[in-house]
Design a protein around this ligand. Structure first.
Ligand code: SF4
Ligand code: SF4
Length: 70
């Protein structure tokens, strides 16, 4: 089980993290950040996150700042 933290103000909304997550746990927010971007949002209602960090390693802007694995 894992968890990530996304810095919404650093997110450009490129969707790379959404495409690479094997569990499809990252989606565009319905809200926008200060840059007018529908930033990436992590939602894991069923505790499926693997803590694999593929998302964080794929983000070109290092907007996924923390990955926890337990
Ligand atoms: S750590 Fe892995 S499973 Fe969890 S959100 Fe990132 S890519 Fe998906
Ligand atoms: S890869 Fe990074 S910049 Fe792109 S949508 Fe995901 S968190 Fe945002």
């Amino acid at each position: 089980m894992g968890r990530i933290v996304i810095d919404k103000e650093s997110c450009k909304g490129c969707s790379i993290c959404m495409e690479v997550c094997p569990k499809h746990l990252i989606h565009p927010s319905s809200e926008t950040n200060a840059h007018g971007v529908n930033f990436a949002e992590f939602k894991d209602a069923k505790n499926e996150c693997l803590g694999c960090a593929i998302c964080a390693h794929s983000c070109p802007d290092a907007a996924i700042t923390e990955v926890y694995k337990s």
